[in-house]
Write a protein that binds this ligand. Structure first.
Ligand code: PLP
Length: 460
């Protein structure tokens, strides 16, 4: 095999990919007639594929990850320096970048103190679930083991995380799942079945969680695991009154509140973390994607000292957290995360996320006036969705094949947007936007113009 020309031979790369790569979330029949897409370079919000086509990426690497944008040399340099000096040491020891990033991180998270490093969002969530289970064994006779999760939320792809998965299309055919995970209803006001709106709906949606707790038995429930804003399940911003009640319920029944910030973390919504938009005081926070913006694999499970202290007991040889993640000891991840956070601060990207998010929402409201197909727009910061319906009164969802066609049409126009495809059966009808936080008004105008054109071409 001659690899000398690999990088100069796009045809060879495409054929090697077609022959050997098993793409994520992909039906490979597609690649019998179409070429796989291969991305080769990025700068800011723009990426170039192997055929030289330029794209404006409005979903930060497809999966809402590249918060600081592409092509940040200083992150590459920081990784190179860290791994050249000390690439790795297993997590029973520490490293300088690991300690430095942990200190920077908890500084942005008042009330939280301890950082457990891992590699992916799924893995960070697994750590949290194991902590809850072990606390149950150590302090509650093994009884407080149930973990509640919400319809439409997603917490990852491993079997434990899928057991807490509220997106049935992601779960289908992978069961049986782990016992002790219990679903609570979603909090999407647009699809409220009780006719309530605003704060009244928020309180009712929180009450639905308490009802499940009472049904299961409060002394059997160890934790509630929620996304601050449901991401892939349809950009669901919880209504007013919801989080206050959820927090009260957790305190009332001594239930740990685990917030999954894998998507919303690192400035995505305009604050460091999504939970900070709602004044929540979580016990456990998990994060991944934007922590190093995809420049390195790193995730964190961050806890309060109160959670951490429950594992300190040298009279019981099983009571420490008996968990390990080999690559949680890499220095490249925290080195990248340090520079990532420095960029977010120096360029004031949280403020930009808020400002550009407002601009994007304004544009989407304009699209809504023009296109009867848009039933609802939702979002916070640079994280937004437009739900498409066939009729605004009945709210019948537009079939997912049209959403896929709209996404494909945008792609032809050189704009990458997302869709809630392959997640919630019957409701894969939302177009998603989560551009890098360096986005400008012009970028957002280009994105919304492309979506408007696509809706017109696909739906009329
Ligand atoms: N949690 C949320 C809210 C997510 O959206 C995702 C992935 O999209 C995950 C967890 C899993 O993260 P990862 O793919 O890094 O395992």
């Amino acid at each position: 095999m001659d690899t000398t020309n690999f990088f100069n031979d796009p045809g060879h790369v495409i054929e090697a990919d077609r022959a050997h790569i098993w793409h994520h979330l992909s039906q490979h029949k597609t690649y019998e007639t179409a070429d796989p897409r291969i991305m080769v370079e990025g700068k800011g919000l723009r990426v170039w594929d192997i055929k030289g086509k330029e794209h404006l990426d409005a979903v930060s690497g497809g999966v809402w990850t590249v918060n600081v944008g592409y092509g940040r040399e200083r992150i590459g340099t920081a990784i190179a320096e860290a791994v050249t000096k000390m690439c790795f040491f297993g997590g029973t020891a520490g490293t300088i970048p690991g300690a430095q990033f942990a200190e920077m991180l908890v500084d942005k998270m008042p009330g939280l103190d301890r950082v457990y490093y891992a590699n992916s969002g799924s893995e960070a969530n697994e750590k949290a679930f194991k902590m809850v289970r072990q606390i149950s064994h150590k302090h509650h006779g093994g009884k407080k083991y149930k973990i509640l999760y919400r319809d439409r939320d997603y917490h990852g792809t491993t079997l434990g995380a899928l057991s807490a998965g509220g997106q049935d299309e992601r779960n289908a055919q992978y069961g049986p799942f782990a016992p002790g995970f219990v679903r609570v209803p979603h909090c999407l006001e647009y699809r409220a079945e009780n006719g309530l709106t605003g704060e009244a709906y928020g309180h009712a949606a929180a009450q639905a969680i308490e009802d499940v707790i009472l049904r299961e038995g409060p002394d059997t429930v160890g934790a509630l695991c929620l996304e601050p804003i449901t991401a892939g399940g349809g950009i669901i911003v919880p209504p007013k009154g919801y989080w206050e009640r959820v927090q009260e319920i957790c305190e009332k029944y001594d239930i740990l509140l685990h917030i999954d910030e894998v998507v919303c973390g690192m400035g995505r919504t305009g604050t460091w973390f999504g939970y900070q938009q709602f004044g929540i005081k979580p016990d456990i926070v998990t994060m991944a994607k934007g922590v190093a913006s995809g420049y390195a694999a790193i995730s964190c499970c961050v806890t309060t000292n109160a959670v951490f202290e429950q594992f300190k007991d040298d009279t019981d040889k099983l009571s420490y957290f008996r968990d390990i993640s080999t690559f949680g000891g890499c220095t490249g991840g925290p080195a990248a995360a340090i520079e990532n956070m420095n960029i977010l601060v120096e360029e004031d990207l949280l403020t930009n996320s808020t400002a550009m998010g407002e601009h994007l929402m304004g544009n989407l409201a304009g699209l809504m006036d023009e296109h009867k197909w848009i039933g609802d727009i939702r979002g916070m910061g640079l994280f937004a969705g437009a739900e498409l319906v066939t009729d605004r009164d009945t709210k019948e969802p537009v079939d997912e094949k049209y959403i896929a066609a709209i996404v494909a049409d945008c792609m032809n126009q050189g704009v990458i947007v997302g869709g809630t495809n392959r997640s919630v059966p019957g409701y894969n009808n939302t177009i998603l936007f989560a551009p890098s936080l360096v986005a400008t008004k012009d970028d957002m105008n280009q994105v919304t113009e492309a979506v408007g054109n696509a809706i017109k071409r696909v739906l009329g």
